[in-house]
Every structure is written in structure tokens, then in C-alpha cells.
Ligand binder design. Structure first.
Ligand code: KIV
Length: 275
């Protein structure tokens, strides 16, 4: 069954948990789709795990469109949500609608995600009015890393917790079909989940959310620059890749690769007649 913004809302009503993973390329997207994961997020985490930046701030619209289009070619049933990069929507409501439209037209996104609470509600409303579903993102919003002073858990104190709950209600009211809660204490994420009618998708927000999202390089142990506490490593693919690359290097060096079964044959009499 095709996952859509509508089926996401139905899942919340039925109490069905939603799974989401990031992807940035065709082959990975195809594997995730085949595994039946509900949504792929072409996250601006692309900047860190694919492009090697220290944070997500340098990611451009062109980066997001390029990778979103690649992912779109690999999926059938998975909902494709693409991140709006830093400064593609903060600048104005007009920019937000134009850039969300580009992610749909050129990147084939089926929904867009943007970071922020009350301050981006006019943008959410306008994008939704343009018939583009919006997933909101509150809590630790990496595009505000400089304002936060680092990757820190959000909403621990009473005032901060109330602010996050108010923001969740505000983005729902603005028309978001789902909201990502990043690095929020479990009890607060559960309270938010029970207080709004759109699905909450948690990352570092505990099991009380309606769904979960992880960066796929984190859950496969392929990205070693940082390992957040909330990441569960489901496989050691990084180790397996390094081992395979070493074995390849060794076999090239000692001449055991390529073997006969990897080579093409011809009538070798032709070789003898060459001059
Ligand atoms: O960019 C991203 O991958 C994200 C997830 C971590 C939610 O926003």
C-alpha cells in the first residue's frame, strides 16, 4: 500500500506505529522501500553523512533536489519527504512556497519537512495551501545549532517543555500532517503525542511517539564522526565495508582478483594474428 500524508494520519488514529529512515541515493532507497519502511526522509543530514560538512547549514536547494530525485527513482510504496535546507524558507513565506514547489517539481518529493515552531507557521500554512504536505520538526533543530550552542536535549525545564508543547500544537494548527520531535525527554514527547492529532515521529524522543526516524548511516554504523545516545546500531556495516575494501586491495595487489570467472573470453587465435 502506498504511504501518503493521509495514511500517516490514519495510522495515528488506528494506533499503528510509523517507521522512517533517511536515504540520499537510489540503491539505498530501493532497499528501504523493499523493507516496507513507511517513509524515507531525504534529510539535510545529507550535509554531514554524505557531503562531510560539520553541520547541516551549508546544504543547498540544488543538493536536496539532486538527492531527492535519485531517491524518488528507487521507491514505490514509501512516502518521500524531503528536507527544506537552511535559508530556503526562513527568509520569507514566498521563498518557502517557491522552494517547497521546487522540491516537489524537480526533486519529486511527496512532502517537505522544515524546522521550527510558531515562527515558521506562516510558511507551513502557505505551503499546505499550495497542496504540498508539510512535516514539521521541533525540539533539537540542527539548522539552529549556532543559536542552541551545540547538539543538546531540548525541553527539560518547565518553561522549555511548555514552549515545545505549544509549538507542537501550533504546527498542527498551521496544517502540518506530522511532526518530528528530536532530542526531547521521553515523558515530554509522550505528553505531546497524546496532546495532538497528527503523528509524532521521534528521534531521541522515546517510545511514546507515534513513529521513529533514524539516519541510516547511524543505524548501520557507517558514520563514525559522532554516535548520539539515541542511536541503535542494527548492523556493523561500516566494519564490513572496511573489511571488504581491504580484501579487494589485497587481492588486486596479489593478483587473485580478477579471477577467470570475472573475465571475458574470445577466440585467442585472433590475438596470435595481431601484429
Ligand atoms: O536531516 C535529517 O536527517 C533529519 C532527521 C534527523 C530527523 O532531520
Amino acid at each position: 500500500m502506498k504511504n501518503t500524508a493521509v495514511t500517516f494520519q490514519e495510522a495515528k488514529q488506528k494506533g499503528e506505529k510509523l517507521s522512517m529512515l533517511t536515504a540520499y541515493d537510489y540503491s539505498t532507497a530501493k532497499l528501504i522501500d523493499e523493507a516496507g519502511v513507511n517513509a524515507i526522509l531525504v534529510g539535510d543530514s545529507l550535509g554531514m553523512v554524505v557531503l562531510g560538512y560539520e553541520d547541516t547549514l551549508s546544504v543547498t536547494m540544488e543538493d536536496m533536489i539532486h538527492h531527492s530525485a535519485a531517491v524518488s527513482r528507487g521507491i514505490k510504496d514509501t512516502l518521500l519527504i524531503t528536507d527544506m535546507p537552511f535559508m530556503s524558507y526562513q527568509t520569507s513565506v514566498y521563498d518557502a512556497v517557491v522552494n517547497a514547489g521546487r522540491l516537489v517539481k524537480e526533486g519529486h518529493a511527496q512532502a517537505v519537512k522544515l524546522e521550527g515552531g510558531k515562527e515558521v507557521c506562516p510558511q507551513i500554512r502557505a505551503i499546505v495551501d499550495a497542496s504540498i504536505p508539510v512535516c514539521a520538526h521541533i525540539g533539537l533543530t540542527p539548522q539552529s545549532i549556532n543559536a542552541f550552542g551545540g547538539f543538546k536535549v531540548q525541553g527539560k525545564g518547565e518553561e522549555a517543555a511548555q514552549k515545545l508543547l505549544d509549538e507542537a500544537r501550533a504546527v498542527e494548527e498551521a496544517g502540518a500532517f506530522a511532526v518530528v520531535l528530536e532530542c526531547v525527554p521521553k515523558a515530554l514527547a509522550t505528553k505531546i503525542t497524546e496532546s495532538i492529532n497528527i503523528p509524532t515521529i521521534g528521534i531521541g524522543a522515546g517510545a511514546g511517539c507515534d513513529g521513529q526516524v533514524l539516519v541510516y548511516q547511524d543505524m548501520l554504523a557507517m558514520y563514525s564522526d559522532m554516535k548520539p545516545k539515541f542511536v541503535k546500531q542494527y548492523a556493523q556495516i561500516g566494519d564490513q565495508m572496511r573489511e571488504a575494501f581491504r580484501a579487494y586491495k589485497q587481492e588486486v595487489a596479489d593478483g587473485t582478483f580478477p579471477a577467470e570467472e570475472h573475465t571475458f573470453k574470445m577466440d585467442e587465435g585472433i590475438i596470435d594474428r595481431l601484429y
